[in-house]
Ligand binder design. Sequence first.
Ligand SMILES: Cc1cc2nc3c(=O)[nH]c(=O)nc-3n(C[C@H](O)[C@H](O)[C@H](O)COP(=O)(O)O)c2cc1C
Ligand SMILES: CCCCCCC(=O)C(=O)O
Length: 364
Amino acid sequence: MHQLTCVADYEKKCQSLIEKSALDYFKSGSGEEETLKRNKDAFKKLRIRPRVLINVSKVNLNVEIFGSKLEWPVGVSPTAMQKMAHPDGEVASARAAGKAGSLFILSSLSTTSLEEVAEKAPDTIKWFHSHLFKDREMTENLVIRAEKAGYKAIVFTVDQPVFGIRKTCDFKLPSHLSLANLVCIESENNNISDTSSGIANHSLEIFNASITWKDVEWFTQFTKLPVLLKGVLTREDAILALNHGVKGIIVSNHGGRQFDGVPSSIEVLPEIVEAVGKDMFVAFDSGVYQGVDAFKALALGAKLVLLGRAVLWGLGVDGQKGVEDILAIVKNELNVSMSLAGCTEVNKIGNKTVVHENYFSTCK
Ligand SMILES: Cc1cc2nc3c(=O)[nH]c(=O)nc-3n(C[C@H](O)[C@H](O)[C@H](O)COP(=O)(O)O)c2cc1C
Ligand SMILES: CCCCCCC(=O)C(=O)O
């Protein structure tokens, strides 16, 4: 078999291994998938200005985030229903993240309960993601359970008051799987983890289209853990997040899966970092498939870069080992990028290191 050497190889291989319905769900973006495409294209428009004759025999990728030490500034984004990629699902991804000295964010819509992930991946630094569900008590309970199980931060997704338009939205979770964090919770007339009506319809039942900044204040109150908002794409909202007491934001367009037509995440990162970067923690995802993409996001001010689908492709190919491989590949690529750019520490990746391609046509 041809050796798999990059994330794109894993994606290709994964396509021949997992169920078509799962693949379509993982791969798809919203609408005409313009934003999904833009996420990758925008990275290609960024150019690196490398510095030479700097001793790069030792490159240090270590960072500390909310008191946790990571071996490198890249983690795993929350992605729902990972057992559709591999039977070991979220436990495999979490363990791989721990082995790689990385960070794992568990989706509340996981096919493994948050307690099982905590028990089986005890050494991994884990954050818990949740929506602000219609059922507030359920949201609060999830956060309390996560806090008790040892998760170190709470990520609230704010770009999904409703489900984006997707061609794959009649997709149902196979009957042997369930939304494991929600299984024991009964809503008025059904089990809240039952997606047999299709995930778009089911999301209408559980997502909360009425959440506002007022609710942000409510949910920062019932946890001692740092709270981050995921899905911020404008400087205005970044400033509001800061003013509402959250500790960080994740600049993300949900991997192009929510609102087709919004910019790529990397296009908006500089304006957000400029507005709040000194005062709050800014993480980044959407469109990162190589270490050099992570390097560009770090140069533009992100303190943590997250991988979404890239991890799913590794998981689909070879479970935990596949995710370990993906993380090792991206880590090595980031290391080489830093060496070739002359950056020996993550905080030495200066913002002049990466420029838009137009920089060269206008600078005579
Ligand atoms: C299959 C799949 C499921 C996802 N599930 C969630 C989720 O439950 N909550 C959430 O906030 N984001 C979810 N996301 C979005 C990711 O957290 C992340 O923002 C996105 O995948 C980043 O883009 P990338 O895939 O290009 O790296 C999901 C993405 C995918 C591909
Ligand atoms: C009711 C299940 C909805 C899962 C949504 C997960 C998600 O955010 C995605 O992008 O897909």
